[in-house]
Design a protein around this ligand. Structure first.
Ligand SMILES: *Cc1c(COP(=O)(O)O)cnc(C)c1O
Length: 359
């Protein structure tokens, strides 16, 4: 008799699972770009209003994202053009998966830069796309000639560009991304997970460039627990994507909460500005330590090269601070850590440990 495990795809058995940290009590969690602030917790009136809304949410009925009004609120809050159609995903992670599925014809290729968001390559493998990874320059800027070369050589059906990029924090030049969109015959997904923390966006172009999809999420601006991502693009692509979105992928509670949150977008703007200011403070403080190399960031994290990433990661852990060790995941990330920007107190705690090691 065959064991069930023998029936499971061997390529999946060979994969390692995406690591979600198991956090012990009392730890400061700065490994996953979560916001340090619960978006409503400091405002009793807002909290009660939110709870009222949740009480009324029709959880006995299947959700209907189309009539939930969330798309309209997203359009309003983020200036999504009327020409663009919007797809909602259970996090943009789900949209990455669905967009990959949409383009994964036999023999089709996906292109991404490296290092970048690990889920691109992961999904290429899951759906049987050939994967082409084009290394960034050593300072994590885009190697445009290499990308354009690879686009011409491999003619990828799908290109993912995180703008700004994770796990490096560095933003690419707008003109360079435009050049990739122009050169590619395939679909280019500009993943703006950190768009709120950068000074630029391709959202205004969504719906008017045929091979462009702009993907965003509310995870990094205070709502990682809700699981709401969205993608904006031309009808010709989005209507096909709609066919493979699971019918009830957004639940009533997240639809109601996301809509409510975006109707109070001023709060999001305020926390985003505070985190950007903290990012600058953290960057200056890290840059002042001669033995460190902090990379300029347009996100809510800072990637920093330290003399000994394993040691620093471990010492931070002993001090109940969890950050992401990038060292070992890509040659360009040698001795690098990724620090999510937290509250001023959390950042002070990180700086205290790092100064004790290296200042
Ligand atoms: C965090 C992140 C995502 C995933 O966001 P969710 O909406 O929480 O699934 C997508 N792309 C990049 C580049 C990210 O860093």
């Amino acid at each position: 008799m065959t064991a069930v495990s023998d029936l499971i795809r061997s390529d999946i058995k060979a994969l390692t699972a995406y690591q979600v940290a198991d956090l012990p009590e009392g730890f400061i969690k700065l490994d996953a770009m979560e916001s340090p602030y619960h978006p409503f917790a400091d405002d009793e009136a807002l909290l009660s209003e939110w709870l009222c809304l949740l009480k009324k949410a029709p959880i006995h009925l299947y959700p209907n994202p189309a009539t939930s009004g969330l798309q309209a609120v997203l359009r309003e809050a983020f200036g999504i053009p009327q020409a663009a159609e919007i797809a909602l995903g259970n996090g943009s992670d789900e949209l990455i998966q669905l967009i990959t599925m949409l383009l994964a014809k036999p023999g089709a290729a996906m292109l991404a830069v490296e290092p970048s968001f690990v889920m691109y390559k992961h999904n290429a493998a899951l759906f049987g796309m050939d994967y082409i990874g084009v290394p960034l320059n050593e300072d994590f800027t885009l190697n445009l000639p290499a990308v354009l070369d690879a686009v011409e050589t491999h003619n990828p059906a799908l290109v993912f560009i995180a703008y700004p990029n994770n796990p490096t924090g560095v933003g690419f030049k707008r003109e360079e991304v435009e050049a990739v969109i122009r050169a590619a015959k395939g679909l280019v997904v500009v993943d703006e997970a950190y768009g709120a923390f950068s000074g630029d966006s391709f959202l205004p172009q969504a719906g008017s460039i045929e091979n462009l999809v702009v993907m965003r999420t509310i995870s990094k601006i205070g709502f990682a627990g809700l699981r709401v991502g969205y993608a904006c693009g031309c009808a010709a692509v989005m209507r096909e994507l709609a066919k493979i979105v699971p019918p009830y992928n957004m639940n009533q509670l997240c639809l109601a909460t996301a809509k409510f949150a975006l109707q109070h977008a001023d709060r999001i703007v305020r926390t985003t500005a505070a985190l950007k200011a903290e990012r600058e403070r953290l960057f200056q403080a890290l840059s002042a330590i001669g033995r460190l190399k902090a990379f300029p960031s347009e996100t809510n994290f800072i990637t920093v090269r330290v003399p000994d990433a394993d040691g620093a990661h471990e010492t931070l852990k002993q001090n109940k601070i969890l950050v992401k060790k990038l060292h070992g995941s890509h040659p360009l990330l040698a001795q690098c850590l990724r620090l999510t920007v937290g509250s001023p107190q959390q950042n002070d705690a990180v700086l205290k440990v790092i100064r004790s090691l290296y200042a």
